[in-house]
Design a protein around this ligand. Structure first.
Ligand SMILES: Cc1ncc(C[n+]2csc(CCOP(=O)(O)OP(=O)(O)O)c2C)c(N)n1
Ligand SMILES: [Mg+2]
Length: 582
């Protein structure tokens, strides 16, 4: 985490230079720790905090809904390794931000939700204050840590604790409760400044034990059919060169989880994404790097892994690199847990490998390559088709080309089919470019992610959004236009959730999965001065994307997709109780 020189402002407290108030101490404490951006939404009691932070040189990005501000903060944390700050008002604003706080904790993104709150005395006696709510108690179960500051002289400690909790060990979401009265408290200026803490080494390295490194290497050495799985923890670590070196020096085929795509280019010869359903059951030793054996990896067992029944172990042995010592054995036995930060673990493995490491058996590599090449050829055939109306494949074939030509661009993705097809078809070439629905498969992250991606990286942003997914944060196109961000949103418009063909059997209402047919999402962008494009062909989609990247103007392309093209729940139909019965 970077640091900046302490900046203690004088402008705001000029009339009473000998005192400093709570507003200023919060701002100074954040700036002292290199935090220069706030994602939020103003109102009582934090309106002046947003104004004064901006006047003091911080970037304050104001959203139309706190949930989007929270998602923006969470992904800013993932991209920068500094806690992303979301600032909200009390009760309803806090609750709107809470979803993102939980999301940050579940996804291991460092984030701090700072919410103003009402009078403690009234809240605790439940006497009915304006926006009364015991926010600290409500935040605790979904936060990695939660704190409240009651006295101005404790602001420095409160913010230091929040920063350490957010970024150290396994990162997560932290809640910081700041009651209204705190902001106006004035204390002696010199004492106030002295109370601020510049956090030293907020995310200390955690070096793995030498015997754990040896155990992992021994297991890998004996493997006949080894596999590496890269998770978003590996992407977060920013240990890109060492991770690539480890993959290449071992010669082991690897699978990137969704947000680890691009850690090595998806076109890398060792990438086994196109042979996923072959390598998972066939592998004998699997090394997980910053990836958890949760539902996204079928809990490390069952048919996906070659087990007989849906809960049976497939026989694999696992090496697991994770910063949390509690992660191992969460789903199946981990034979070689390697506890430490991903960067330290990977460099310890590289050092321990020594010279003369032999590549995996040629038969295994040939079998993986054969499966992969077969599937890639099949996909190429599908992508080459040009049906009318467009389907997911013909539209994504265009997106794939545009991303290949613009590998620096950030890439946001949410939806069901709009997510699953995109993840499979659109290759990523650089680390931490792809950001998506994450651990929960959540809808609504889209526009918040676009704003944070543009602001933190300054690169153009391409977002591929299901029409349902887009709706969760669609009003933030105004935010994107207001800050004139280089964001191009492609709405994969198939008239609904999964597809647009359902009907109400009683004939009364539209089906719950269906939207207004032929909706023109591009007009929404035009309403705020951005560029709207209605694309019914791959050529129109290509032209729209190319113009958007070139102009860096906020753009929304309404990509008209065959409403029959999707499948129920995309690739996770089996998790859907009624669909499973069919
Ligand atoms: C917050 C939240 N609410 C609801 C869902 C359930 N859900 C999963 S995908 C999806 C939308 C799928 O439709 P769309 O985005 O249009 O993608 P498509 O499959 O049509 O391409 C919904 C509502 C969710 N994942 N998250
Ligand atoms: Mg849809």
């Amino acid at each position: 985490m970077g640091t900046v020189e302490p900046q203690v402002s004088t402008a705001q407290d000029a009339p009473q230079a000998q005192t400093i108030d709570g507003f200023q101490l919060v701002i100074d404490a954040l700036k002292l720790n290199g935090i220069d951006t706030i994602y939020g939404l103003p109102g009582i009691p934090i309106t002046d905090l947003t104004r004064r932070a901006q006047a003091d040189g911080m970037r304050v990005l104001a959203f139309r809904h706190e949930q989007s501000a929270g998602y923006a903060a969470s992904i800013a944390g993932f991209l920068t390794q500094k806690p992303g700050i979301c600032l909200t008002v009390s009760a309803p604003g806090f609750l709107n931000g809470l979803n993102a706080l939980a999301h940050a904790t579940v996804n291991c993104f460092p984030m701090i939700l700072i919410s103003g709150s009402s009078e403690r005395e009234i809240v605790d006696l439940q006497q009915g204050d304006y926006e009364e709510m015991d926010q600290l108690a409500i935040a605790k179960p979904v936060a990695k840590a939660a704190f409240r500051v009651l006295h101005a002289e404790d602001i420095g400690v409160g913010i230091a604790r929040a920063i350490r909790a957010a970024v150290s060990g396994r990162p997560g979401g932290v809640y910081l409760d700041l009651p209204a009265k705190l902001f106006a408290q004035a204390i002696d200026a010199a004492a106030g400044r002295n109370s601020l803490i510049r956090v030293v080494d907020p995310a200390p390295k955690q070096i793995p034990a030498p015997e754990a490194v040896k155990r992992a290497l021994d297991l890998l050495k004996g493997a006949k059919k080894p596999l590496i799985v890269l998770g978003k923890g590996a992407a977060y670590a920013q240990a890109d060169a060492d991770i690539r070196a480890l993959v290449e020096r071992t010669g082991i085929p690897y699978l990137p989880m969704s947000m680890a795509k691009g850690l090595l280019p998806d076109t890398h010869e060792q990438c086994a994404s196109a042979a996923r359903s072959f390598v998972l059951p066939a592998a004998d030793v699997v090394m997980l790097i910053g990836a958890r054996l949760n539902w996204l990896l079928s809990h490390g067992k069952g048919k996906t892994w070659g087990g007989k029944g849906h809960k049976d172990w497939g026989g694999q042995k696992f090496v697991q690199i994770d910063i949390s010592p509690q992660e191992a054995d969460s789903n199946v036995r981990i034979d070689a847990p390697l506890v430490g930060d991903v960067g330290s673990c990977v460099s310890a493995l590289l050092a321990g490998m020594g010279a003369g490491w032999s590549k995996p058996p040629a038969g295994w590599l040939a079998a993986v390559a054969e499966k992969k090449n077969g599937n890639v050829a099949k996909m190429a055939e599908t992508l080459a088709k040009n049906p009318v109306p467009m389907n997911f494949h013909s539209a994504l074939n265009v997106v794939r080309d545009i991303v290949k030509a613009n590998p620096d661009a950030m890439f946001v993705n949410e939806g069901a089919n709009a997510l699953d097809f995109t993840r499979g078809i659109v290759d990523m070439y650089q680390p931490r470019k792809r950001i998506d629905v994450g651990t929960w498969g959540i809808m609504g992250v889209g526009m918040g992610y676009c704003v944070a991606a543009a602001v933190t990286t300054k690169q153009p942003v391409i977002a591929v959004e299901g029409d349902s997914a887009f709706g969760f944060s669609g009003m933030e196109v105004e935010t994107i236009c207001r800050y004139n961000l280089p964001v191009c949103i492609v709405v994969m418009n198939n008239n609904g959730v999964y597809k647009g063909t359902d009907v109400d059997p009683t004939g009364r209402d539209p089906a719950p999965t269906v939207f207004v047919k032929g909706a023109r999402y591009d007009k929404l962008m035009e309403a705020f001065g951005g560029v709207g494009v209605n694309a019914t062909t791959p050529a129109e989609l290509r032209a729209g994307l190319e113009d958007a990247i070139r102009s860096r103007k906020p753009t929304l392309i309404n990509a008209v997709i065959d409403e029959t093209a999707g499948t129920e729940s995309g690739r996770i139909t089996s998790l859907n109780p009624s669909a499973k019965k069919k």
